[in-house]
Design a protein around this ligand. Structure first.
Ligand code: 13P
Ligand code: SF4
Length: 330
């Protein structure tokens, strides 16, 4: 009971850790002992990225979660990502270092309101961005990520009417790219909405050679200025394949760790937020720490669970996304 209360209050279990303990070595030991795999999103702290077995964007992480043979999936990311792993691998134990690692975008779309919204468009197909709760996925026809949203919409007949949620910015970007008239839910990510067009313009004039790259969760006014728009994996690949030496990056700052590792001779400048007190860190992603990761593996809590009836409904649109992605070679 006490453990549950602490999890509800804090989201994780606090335990004193010997400061002399080599956490990297201990985590490695636990991985072997428990046949566990650590899946980490690019927005995690560099230490967590460095200990992970797989680092990727939302699509890559779902694909890895679907195929892993590990008994335990330790998800270094946010709650909706761990839920997706559980839905795809319900027989496995899925751990999340901090249960309060949520998502402002997922929170912007409460399933009971979305259900009512959907009732207004009975002849529409529902495509939801993976950044949403398991309940919302259960109300959807196809899930998508920022890597495959455009291709998934394009794979449907032109006359097919579509509701797209919860991200209005990604939805507007997809509508623009495909020329489709999508019905959008009015949700957004707090991290990708803070970039300042004015400050980016000034920064670009000080770095005229730099390429400006942006995630499609950013607002249209920012995306309009971008030399390249893509998911986190797309942005990383672009920096690797480009001959340019300087990049201004409009997404969460964690991805810069992999960009610097892959391109030691290039410079990466985080795009400036509109408020000088703000930063490009996702407060939810950054709730996970190496210490919490170690403790969750040692104690096998917090565990992410999803009710069976939700798994049954939410699995279909996620599997549909994975099938379409595989057929398109994504
Ligand atoms: P991708 O992982 O698809 O690039 O999305 C970024 C994001 O906001 C995850 O929370
Ligand atoms: Fe959610 Fe935005 Fe954080 Fe991604 S970056 S987890 S969309 S709040």
């Amino acid at each position: 009971m006490e453990v549950l209360e602490e999890l509800n209050r804090k989201g994780y279990i606090e335990e004193e850790i010997d400061p002399m303990l080599d956490l990297f070595a201990e985590i490695d030991k636990l991985k072997k002992e428990k046949n566990a795999i650590i899946l980490a999103h690019y927005y995690q702290d560099p230490d967590i990225q460095d200990i992970a077995d797989y680092i990727g964007d939302s699509l890559g992480l779902s694909q890895e979660a679907a195929k892993t043979e590990a008994d335990v999936i330790v998800f270094a990311g946010v709650h909706f990502m761990a839920e997706t792993a559980k839905i795809l691998s319900p027989q496995k134990k899925v751990l999340l270092p901090d249960l309060k690692a949520g998502c402002s975008l997922a929170d912007s779309c409460p399933p009971h309101l979305f259900k009512k919204f959907k009732e207004n468009y009975p002849d529409h197909l529902v495509i939801t961005y993976v950044n949403c709760t398991a309940e919302l996925k259960a109300l959807s026809d196809i899930v998508c990520t920022s890597t495959n949203a455009v291709q998934i919409v394009e794979s449907l007949p032109k006359e097919q009417k579509i509701i797209f949620g919860p991200d209005k910015n990604l939805g507007a970007y997809v509508a623009k790219k495909t020329g489709r008239d999508l019905v959008l839910w009015n949700g957004a990510c707090m991290v990708h909405e803070i970039f300042s067009r004015e400050k980016i313009t000034k920064l670009k004039s000080r770095h005229p050679e730099a390429k400006f790259i942006a995630h499609p969760e950013c607002e249209d006014a920012v995306l309009e200025m971008a030399d390249y728009i893509g998911s986190t994996t797309g942005l990383l690949k672009y920096t690797i394949n480009s001959d340019v030496k300087e990049f201004i990056v409009a997404t969460e700052s964690g991805i810069i760790h992999q960009m610097e590792k892959a391109n030691p001779d290039k410079t990466f400048i985080p795009a400036p937020p509109n408020n000088s007190c703000a930063c490009n860190d996702c407060p939810y992603m950054k709730r996970n720490t190496l210490e919490k990761l170690y403790l969750c593996m040692k104690n096998e809590i917090p565990e992410v669970t999803v009710p069976e009836h939700i798994i049954a409904e939410a699995k279909k649109p996620i599997e549909r996304m994975l099938e379409i992605s595989a057929s398109l070679g994504l």
